[in-house]
Design a protein around this ligand. Structure first.
Ligand code: G3I
Length: 379
């Protein structure tokens, strides 16, 4: 019997060698495949909602696209206080673990988001902070940062340590540190910069590998807010604080203009020795009665996304470009604004002109894995 089997096997081998090799289709170009080696291209994802059931052998369409198009993920909510630290001494790492596990399974990096913010704090923090002394606030913040950052040490390449710590021009008192809205800055209002610096020190002690960022919206171009950040960064650096980066969120609306000074702003932070990043890009717009955008709006959206990416590509210190959700079905915008259509794909994952604009600029910057050679670089 063995001899017959041997003859059959060799005949099959001859047939296989003689048949013309089927031409394998070239791999589809993706944002991830076309991104230069020195730029991470990422998306936010809500692990608790989208990744708890992840099965690598049987991914959902959303999960398949997330892994195919991006090499970086940011937990949209899973690492925020309200989700990860719901009660004193009680941590829920389930959503964050799902994001980190998905990233590991798909050779992706993770941006941690966020350790110090005025929003999405759990009720126990809101209640307790009403009577906190600064020492009490510091103890709570240090324990949280040490616990969360240590758990993911070595798995997070960038942390948004302090998020939206400056008010806006239009807020009461104008651009200044949020010592009213942020419960930790409020308790330490006598010297909020010292607390901010210690937050970075605690994160650095817990994970020396992670790049530690400030992060904010309306922080793309040169304005009163980014001037305040520029001064704060210099103060922190002079005090030996281990701060590594400045993140501009990139939440834009077609209801407003585009600040062309974004590259200049990135360059001045880079000149301080910082990395920069676009951390939460989306471009929202008011929609018609039919809930649809016009062709002009769709074209302008593509231009705005591309302008943010090109500013990043043109500044070597720009380490990552992250969209705040890649499809309209997962966008935060409609729940907050009378606007929508903010991401680079429709609810049905149809790629918009904005997607193709990003793909083209990533491809033009550098084919594949080399360092970028973007038009603005003197290479
Ligand atoms: O988790 C609760 C759920 O238990 C409850 O049933 C439900 C009822 O509404 O609320 C859920 O909380 C939601 C929370 O996300 C989840 O953590 C809140 O409703 C919802 O308002 C909240 O929205 C998030 C928003 O931050 C809060 O400010 C968005 O998903 C998130 O995309 C958005 O992201 C922020 C960045 O972190 C910082 N930059 C601005 C950006 C947009 O606001």
């Amino acid at each position: 019997m063995r001899r017959v089997a041997a003859v059959a096997t060799s005949a099959l081998a001859v047939l296989a060698l003689s048949a013309p090799l089927a031409q394998a289709a070239p791999p589809e170009e993706t944002l991830r495949s076309e991104a230069p080696r020195d730029l991470k291209i990422g998306s936010a994802v809500w692990g608790q909602n989208e990744l708890l059931d992840y099965d690598r052998k049987n991914p959902t369409e959303f999960q398949r696209i997330l892994a195919a198009e991006f090499n970086s993920v940011t937990p949209e909510n899973d690492m925020k206080w309200a989700e990860i630290h719901p009660e004193p001494g009680v941590y829920d790492f389930s959503g964050a673990d799902a994001v980190v596990a998905f990233a590991e399974a798909n050779n992706m990096e993770v941006r941690g988001h966020t350790l110090l913010w005025h929003s999405q704090n759990p009720q126990w923090v809101v209640d307790a902070s009403a009577t906190w002394t600064c020492e009490e606030a510091r103890a709570v913040l240090e324990e949280h940062i040490t616990t969360v950052v240590s758990r993911y040490a070595g798995q997070i390449y960038e942390w948004d340590v302090a998020n939206e710590i400056f008010q806006d021009d239009w807020d009461t008192g104008g651009v200044r540190l949020r010592t009213e809205a942020n419960p930790f800055l409020k308790a330490c209002a006598e010297d909020p910069v010292a607390l901010i610096g210690d937050a970075f020190r605690w994160a650095d002690a817990a994970d020396p590998e992670a790049l530690l960022f400030l992060n904010d919206y309306n922080a793309e171009g040169i304005n009163n807010k980014t001037d305040a950040y520029y001064a704060l960064v210099q103060e922190l650096l002079a005090d030996g604080v281990p701060i590594d980066g400045f993140g501009a969120q990139g939440h834009l609306s077609l209801m407003y203009g585009f600040d062309e000074s974004i590259q200049e702003n990135f360059e001045r932070f880079a000149a301080l020795g910082l990395k920069v990043a676009i951390t939460e890009a989306d471009v929202r717009m008011p929609l018609g009665e039919d809930g649809e955008p016009t062709a002009e709006q769709i074209a302008l959206q593509a231009e705005r996304y591309d302008a943010m990416l090109v500013a990043c590509l043109n500044v070597p210190a720009c380490t990552s470009f992250t969209v705040w959700g890649f499809d309209d079905g997962h966008s935060w915008v409609p729940g907050v604004f009378p606007e929508g259509y903010a991401t680079i794909m429709t609810e049905e994952f149809e790629k918009k002109p904005a997607y193709y604009a990003l793909l083209e600029s990533l491809t033009d910057a550098t084919p594949g894995k080399s360092p970028r050679t973007a038009p603005g670089l003197n290479r």
